[in-house]
Design a binder for this molecule. Structure first.
Ligand SMILES: [Zn+2]
Length: 304
């Protein structure tokens, strides 16, 4: 491995970052919170009360990873700086497969974190939907022929489309939240709105028909009609527009392009990664790395 970002740090110091992220200052048993632990020979600990044996990686996203903390730490910097796995592999001389695997783990952890962090929002909220995924002409020839045959290629919102529909909102000066949806129908969109946005909030959308009737449901709803070249209007002293969420869509699509060719199963992780980056845009790189280490060390992957 060629170290660029972790060159100054010893192995001991780096593993202390991970240890501190998990235990803080006091190491306790995650089962019974007991503080009395025996040190075992193999760097593991055993709880004096419940006899739970654990290591630093137990119940974390790194539990199945044999990759050293050294490598993890170096790779996290590359990840935070937004390098692709291929580029990172080339520059660090770590195998592509390994970098891919580590980056995927990070994305999955971030996805879980985002899902658990953003519950509901209140205030002034811009709402919109978009579509992500490769353009038709960039798909494999074999697939293009199949899509033509089944007549899946149609245009327009609401129509059956090959792209993945995404719902999103932006709370002014705050948080972006995105979610994959099966369609852009009224029920789908309004169910998410009801679940995620507190009543009495100011909601701004475009004139898409699925947003109709939100006023009656207890929101202060204003629309912007792009069809009439309308982009900002002032209502009761407030600027009504959806430039924030539309800006995020632009940013998201640009980021997805960079990775050219994200598989369908992984697309959601890339999208949530961008949501996370956007929501933590105020953090400097160092703090972002620390935050991701905390996420990796304090949550357990769902199935395995
Ligand atoms: Zn215990």
């Amino acid at each position: 491995m060629i170290k660029r970002y972790s060159a100054q740090l010893t192995e001991g110091k780096i593993s202390r970052f991970f240890s501190h992220a998990k235990y803080g200052k006091n190491r306790v048993c995650k089962c019974c919170r007991s503080r009395v632990l025996y040190k075992l020979g193999d760097r593991r600990y055993e709880c004096s009360k419940c006899h739970f044996r654990f290591s630093l990686r137990t119940n974390t996203y790194l539990k199945q990873s044999r990759v050293s903390f050294d490598i993890w730490y170096e790779l996290l910097w590359w990840f935070v700086y937004g390098f692709t796995a291929n580029r990172t592999a080339k520059e660090t001389q770590i195998s592509q497969k390994l970098v891919h695997r580590c980056f995927t783990t990070v994305r999955k952890a971030i996805y879980e974190y985002e899902e658990n962090t953003i519950k509901t929002v209140f205030g002034t909220v811009e709402i919109d939907e978009t579509y992500v995924g490769p353009k038709f002409k960039n798909r494999r020839k074999k697939n293009r022929e199949y899509y033509r045959k089944v007549n899946a290629v149609r245009r327009g919102r609401g129509a059956k489309t090959l792209l993945q529909p995404v719902f999103g909102f932006y709370q002014r000066n705050g948080t972006v939240y995105v979610e994959f949806i099966s369609d852009a129908k009224k029920k789908t969109l309004q169910d998410i709105i009801k679940g995620r946005i507190v009543l009495q909030s100011n909601i701004y959308t475009d004139t898409w028909k699925s947003y109709k009737g939100l006023n009656k449901k207890g929101y202060h709803h204003q629309t912007i009609d792009h069809g009439k070249e309308e982009y900002v209007k002032v209502k009761k002293g407030k600027k009504v527009h959806i430039n924030g969420i539309e800006g995020f869509w632009g940013y998201l699509k640009e980021q997805l392009l960079k990775h050219h060719g994200v598989s369908k199963t992984n697309l959601i992780y890339y999208v949530k990664e961008q949501e996370f980056r956007f929501n933590n845009r105020h953090l400097v790189t160092d703090d972002m790395v620390t935050k991701i280490i905390k996420i990796l060390m304090n949550s357990t992957p769902p199935d395995v």
